[in-house]
Design a protein around this ligand. Sequence first.
Ligand code: FAD
Length: 380
Amino acid sequence: MERRHFEQEHTIFRASFREFLQREVVPHQDAWEEAGIVPREIWCKAGESGFLVPFADEKYGGAGARDFRYDQIVCEELAYINEPGFIMPLHSSLCAPYLDTFGNEAQKDRWMPDIVAGNTIMAVAMTEPGAGSDLAGMRTHAEKKDDHWLLNGSKIYISNGILADLIIVAAKTNPDNKHAMTLFMIEAGMPGFERGRNLKKLGMKSQDTAELFFNDVKVPPENVLGQVDFGFYYLMQMLAQERLTNACCAIAGAKAAYDVTKTYVTERKAFGREIAKFQNTRFKMAEMKTEIDIGQVFVDRCVMDHNQQQLKDDIAAEAKLWTTELLCKVVDQCVQLHGGAGYMWEYPITRMYANARIQRIFAGTSEIMKEIIGRANGFA
Ligand SMILES: Cc1cc2nc3c(=O)[nH]c(=O)nc-3n(C[C@H](O)[C@H](O)[C@H](O)COP(=O)(O)OP(=O)(O)OC[C@H]3O[C@@H](n4cnc5c(N)ncnc54)[C@H](O)[C@@H]3O)c2cc1C
């Protein structure tokens, strides 16, 4: 189905980004997967080519393109090549917007140019061993001292956890109020900040996911993002964009799985005919195509609403819920249509299957999305 919300400049951006990925990423994907991490240089190359943080102001080296369609294209093209480790959407569409929205001018001047250039890689650390869905249950805390904050605690499952140079860390700052959190910008090399091992995962194997530890980290006031005690409110404010980003990636992932399966079923034969000629295959492919097209229209509409600052939290939650559930259904059916080949790592569908599963869990689980949607519709 033809998509109507892209203009010529988006098509040009997509073509150039696609060419970049084919040249700089695709040839290295197996090696990155083996290493469990991507090299820093790829971030710098993406920065040099102008693909990181497209919304950033020109004075920071950005294109000043405050148009989420560019973020959407980045999500889609990475999903089409099934590259989970070079997690540009986390850096550009989730982390950098915190600095843009809540940072002061001095903080932006200090960090934004290197973030746009890819010299500074970002991460956001909310989840803890004892607090994921229930963020208010976090135990990481910071205490105000004379001229600094003293940060203590730990975070888990942090994407870019090994590579990140600048991490937005949420911590409690008022023991009498469980929602009083503050966001701290923690920099690599700060004494007391340590990283655990690169965690072994079911999928997304080229992405570094790690535990982070903070033991009496002295954080200067210049590294406090926004107002003290407002962190929880800031996190909530950014969740709609985070969920929309997930939805953009998920629906594109479903399309990618559909495409590789279409090729496979037209080449593979059984009982003297192409797998594609069986009615079951045709029906499954037709069902998947229909649901992907419907999901894509909804996501595209959300992107345009978000560009107008009109995307509501519960609608973003609907987009995340629907697309990530659809993605997991699609990859499962596509594995089935591949037969035994669908269980072999050398086939793209197998990696897509493994990579997809987390989408229903991170950035808010499907159950939490249903709670948000339910509450917004009067089911308290
Ligand atoms: C690969 C990976 C990358 C990640 N990257 C990051 C990152 O960069 N930064 C970061 O901060 N976090 C990150 N996370 C953490 C992720 O966001 C959390 O795992 C997720 O939010 C779920 O939290 P949890 O694991 O504590 O599960 P829990 O909250 O313990 O949930 C367990 C189960 O209980 C259900 N449940 C919980 N509360 C309710 C409720 N109220 N009603 C109904 N059901 C409920 C959940 O839906 C789930 O099914 C990442 C996780 C993974 C695996």
